[in-house]
Design a protein around this ligand. Structure first.
Ligand SMILES: Cc1cc2nc3c(=O)[nH]c(=O)nc-3n(C[C@H](O)[C@H](O)[C@H](O)COP(=O)(O)O)c2cc1C
Length: 203
């Protein structure tokens, strides 16, 4: 079993980091034979999706030879795509920043959209090609958001992307409200970390 851990926060002592550590330490202890890959997105060189990358993706899919600079971009995108495809289970840890995900996570998700690899077009619309993957989303956000609050574009955003790839087995652990209710902050965080450990036990 291969499990990929994707972290998208480079702040020290972040709640996202605590969630990540609580989950991965529990998971590792209970799954010693798992192959575990950790991907810290802020440590990666991740160029934005742009005209060059779109052209490279098209050319690579058609088998058209790439220049040296195109090959560099192709290598970065394909390395992330192939690592994601190889994983049976994926855990994402990310904060809510300005109503959405850190830009680096947006870029990572851009790398995963590939016809015939992660989804395909049919007459009925898009069909995801990765229905067997299992995902956990670990998210921290300072305020409290209702599940249908359209201003929340982090958890909903990541879920929408995964759904395009056919991934529906998604468990979420959200720590929220610790900034909104400072007097209850510690209790909220500790409760969320316990939940992360609980979910990790059966993931
Ligand atoms: C740049 C920035 C933007 C933020 N934007 C929001 C936001 O839009 N809504 C919210 O509820 N909390 C927001 N927060 C609070 C974080 O969601 C909160 O601190 C949470 O713990 C995630 O950050 P952490 O993992 O770094 O602790 C923001 C924090 C920062 C630093």
């Amino acid at each position: 079993m291969e499990t990929l851990f994707v972290k998208a926060n480079d702040r020290e002592n972040s709640v996202t980091g605590l969630l990540y550590e609580a989950f991965i330490s529990t998971y590792k202890a209970l799954n010693p034979n798992d192959s575990i890959v950790e991907l810290d997105l802020f440590q990666e060189h991740m160029p934005y999706l742009n005209a060059l990358m779109i052209e490279v993706n098209y050319k690579a899919a058609q088998g058209i030879p790439l220049s040296i600079s195109e090959e560099e971009v192709n290598h970065i995108v394909k390395r992330h795509l192939n690592q994601f495809l190889a994983a049976d289970k994926i855990v994402f840890a990310f904060p809510l920043w300005n109503l959405t995900v850190p830009a680096v996570l947006h870029t990572y998700l851009d790398y995963l959209h590939h016809p015939r690899k992660t989804f395909t077009y049919t007459e009925e619309g898009l069909v995801g090609l990765l229905p067997n993957k299992k995902v956990a989303l670990l998210n921290a956000r300072g305020g409290v958001y209702a599940e249908d609050d359209r201003s929340e574009m982090a958890v909903s955003f990541v879920k929408n992307h995964l759904n395009v790839f056919g991934i529906t087995d998604i468990t979420t652990v959200i720590i929220e409200g610790h900034n909104q209710f400072p007097d209850r902050s510690e209790t909220i965080i500790q409760k969320g970390l316990q939940k992360a450990k609980q979910v990790a036990k059966t993931f």
